[in-house]
Write a protein of this length. Sequence first.
Length: 476
Amino acid sequence: MPSAKAPVAKPTAAASPKPKGAIDVWTVEDPTFWADTGSRIANRNLWISIPALLLAFAVWMVFSAVAVNLNRVGFSFSTDQLFWLAALPALSGATLRIFYSFMVPIFGGRRWTAISTASLLVPALWLGFAVQDPGTPYWHFVAIAVLCGFGGGNFASSMSNISFFFPKARQGYALGMNAGLGNLGVSAVQFVVPVVLGFAVFGGLAGGPQMTAEGKALYLQNAGFVWVPFILAAALAAWFGMNDLQASRSSFAEQSAIFTRKHNWLMCWLYIGTFGSFIGFSAGFPMLSKTLFPEVDALKYAFLGPLVGALMRSAGGVLADKLGGALLTFLVFVGMVAGVVGVIAFLPGANGGGSFTGFLAMFMLLFVLSGIGNASTFRMIPVIFRTQHERALGANADARARAAATRRAGIESAAVIGFSSAIGAYGGFFIPKSFGSSLALTGSAEAALYGFVAFYLSCIAITWWWYFRRGAECPC
């Protein structure tokens, strides 16, 4: 008789996950699991997430590079209308982030990343067609700008998703890399768009050039079309290469507990000061520079600020892991007050034409500090919520209660990361709109900048009182 074959043990989903599928067991706080299995899977998901997020930021901020060129090719929009086009993607993106914050635990990170990345095709394609006809009405561009907010919404779900993959000791690094390299999309769009406007990237397939008053040919449609093949590739990579974590699954009811948490709202306020500044200055700097210093080709320099800010976010994640988030955040806001005062000092006014070199240098400082602050505030969130849940347990809690508390802290931390990113993104609307309104009402940007100083002072006070001083409620 043939000998019976021993049954072959099937590998668990955690030990041998399929690229397209869910992982049932995810215990990354276990050093053995992390070294043997978790690190490899987490890093694969991170490195697929980063380019998808970079493209999301590029589409989100595309009007910062397009708005300054529309009137050159036959459109006749007012300065205030152009500032609106630069600001609207941030408004819609911030609003979408509120909903996107809760999508990963409901739908899964792989599915949602693929779908949300593919959605970027809609504004990218529509923009490419709309700019080719100078008769395209303004409301079309308003609608496209609102749809560009899809890219802004993606950030909340992407950060929430990545936070589940890494242990707490590595979350500063992971979130810093995902956000920092993803933020490079802002710099990329302001660098790539001016380059691709000068020639027919897709030959005759994408349409002919538009002529400027100076007789120069511009292919403004490339500002939208150039991202399309990369969006398709990133969406497919997410669908086939990423994973859904069952450990991250939770209902909206579980996540909605954050709305009763004081520290959720405090961190939202601080994140307006860091990320809101980064994305708002990114959106508003090109138009502000063009308005205040018309003799300078601002687009040559516009990509530098988002570039250094994004890179400093990656570095800031590592610094925050080593130094602590509260200390770094406190120093960031002190520096940002000084930076805004410096910008004011170099503005053109009644006493002279100002200094673009000094103006640019002060904005570079603000981008550096906001990039570091983006990472340090996100580093604070998991520590705050873990501390809160551990305190609620008490010293005599058993292992099961501690595990449940750790899970709740993780779910709430991820939800706060997503939700605070939504609230913070409103800075991307208010900053360029503040510049536009200040210029329209007073002829200067000073009023807006003094408002920013007052806001940063409030952030210094919040950070010091609740998180940084001796005896603070949640030192982190």
